[in-house]
Unconditional design. Sequence first.
Length: 180
Amino acid sequence: MFQIDLVERCRKNDRKAQLKLYKQYCDGMYCVAMRFLNNADDAEDVLQEAFIKAFQKIHQYGGEVTFGAWLKRIVINKCIDFLKAKRLDHVELKDYQMQVVEDESWSVAPSISVEEVRQTMEQLPDKYRYVLQLYLVEGYDHEEIAQILGLTPTASRTRLLRGKGHLRKLLKNKSHGTGS
């Protein structure tokens, strides 16, 4: 009940309630922003923008999901917007260019660390990296990813599979290349 009261007070523009909500979620949302941006200054900037937007749009929060999940979606969208603005060469694939092939295998060579996988994901094109990150790290399903990125669920699945393929290829090159 406390969470609902706090959100209600924020809807009435109660600054103390906003500060309390901010303090409750800022560390977790900062971690989300850092996973996308890998830059502390950028993550802080995007986090502030996300909280401002959340407080401006808090009347749209309907309670269908937890407040944290609602806020996380805002943070992720702000991160993606930031990255898109930073890289104007973003190219979208159309759904008709994609085919989905189911492949549930996510194994990599035991010699490859989680940190190596994370760093290698950074090398992927944004369209694949976003879907991989939302699916693997943030735990969203394809319906949710589609909503966040403005895709269809089929496009989300396709990008996940293609991204996984690119990731495997990069990791294979890393393990067989001069880096090992």
